[in-house]
Ligand binder design. Structure first.
Ligand SMILES: C[S@@+](CC[C@H](N)C(=O)[O-])C[C@H]1O[C@@H](n2cnc3c(N)ncnc32)[C@H](O)[C@@H]1O
Length: 340
């Protein structure tokens, strides 16, 4: 049986991403400039590694909600490729008291220019980072949590998150973790696979059962393409809006990365990381995430004198295509709170 958070130092990403140029239809801010500088530096030395583009989700709404001011400290618990972080730090100018966290070391490498300016980087999961910061007595004016996977993670086939560009069945956000999608898919019982697909993919039980049985019958599966084709072959009827494998991929990703468990562990730590008057914003991408956040905030807001947080968003702010420039983010929801 494989333990989810077993660590291995031996894993190294083997494949470099092929560089390709894309025209960007958004403002050339610090992030893009820093990517270009990094790209230039890298291309003179070693085999070029593409610095992925990542368009921040709900950027303007997050700025409106959290209202960063000059001199304020910023904690980004899911910094990714720094889209939000660059913009917030551009406004606050407080690099020395700000911290960026991500458990993906590819993302952390791309934040080097910010660390050169004095920002602290933490390459670990956000629960471990939060506990560490609480232990150090650190508090912040602004906290941002932008959940899920980044566009670069999805776009790089070698990361194994996507079935559109087939790659190895991987899906680990933290590449030093032992458990990968391949291990899960090829070693888990049909009953357990069915539970994961039903619970985390919100797939109807009958289809989840068929998928789980097909996986067990056709193992070993090695690539995201093989898994997607297998699910497609089990699916009867016409496709709706999404590929029939979408929910199973979401389910496996959530399981591999312990995503819901970590969100549940993070939420009660947030008030301890905020200064009085400090604001937190959380962006979620599917109902399983949003349900946890909604429930935690509701309990807080209804706790009367004991409440540590007050609501900043009566209703969640929804991502729209015109706001987020990113079709993946249509399902995004932003909720916010302020510390008393
Ligand atoms: C949607 S992206 C964030 C993008 C970022 N806001 C930006 O504008 O570039 C989510 C990031 O959070 C990271 N992540 C997800 N869950 C995490 C966790 N539990 N701890 C630390 N990082 C996490 C992922 O590796 C990914 O880089």
């Amino acid at each position: 049986m494989v333990t989810i958070k077993q660590k291995s130092d031996t894993y190294k990403s083997k494949t470099n991403t092929k560089a390709k140029t894309k025209s960007l239809n958004y403002r050339l801010g610090d992030l893009e400039r820093s990517h270009m500088i990094l790209w230039e530096r890298m291309s003179t030395k070693e085999q070029p590694t593409k610095i992925p583009e990542h368009i921040p989700v709900l950027l303007e709404s997050t700025l409106d909600l959290l209202k960063p001011k000059v001199g304020e400290s910023y904690l980004d618990l899911t910094a990714g490729y720094g889209g939000h972080a660059n913009r917030f730090l551009e406004i606050t100018g407080n690099f020395d008291e700000s911290v960026l966290v991500d458990r993906d070391d590819n993302a952390i490498k791309c934040l080097k220019l910010l660390s050169d300016k004095g920002v602290r980087l933490m390459n670990t999961d956000f629960v471990t980072a939060s506990k560490q910061l609480i232990q150090e007595g650190k508090t912040f004016d602004i906290i941002l949590v932008d959940l899920g996977v980044s566009s670069p993670q999805l776009d790089q086939s070698e990361r194994g998150f996507s079935f559109k560009n087939s790659g190895p069945l991987d899906m680990r956000m933290d590449q030093s973790q032992v458990l990968s999608a391949e291990m899960l898919v090829n070693n888990t019982s049909a009953e357990e696979l069915e539970r994961i697909i039903t619970e985390y993919g919100e797939e109807p039980a009958s289809f989840a059962k068929q998928i789980a049985r097909a996986i067990v019958k056709n193992r070993p599966l090695q690539t995201t393409g093989e898994l997607a084709n297998l699910i497609q072959s089990v699916y009867r009827g016409r496709w709706k809006k999404i590929h029939p494998a979408t929910r199973t991929f979401q389910a496996i990703r959530i399981e591999i990365n312990s995503e819901l468990q970590l969100i549940g562990d993070l939420l009660p730590l947030l008030p301890r990381l905020l200064k009085s008057g400090g604001r937190v914003g959380i962006i979620s991408f599917h109902s399983l995430e949003d349900r946890l956040i909604k429930k935690y905030f509701k309990n807080q807001f209804e706790s009367g004198y004991e409440a540590e947080l007050l609501s900043l968003t009566k209703k969640p702010i929804l991502g729209s295509i015109s706001d987020v420039h990113n079709p993946r983010s249509r399902s995004s929801k932003l909720r916010g709170a302020v510390k008393k």
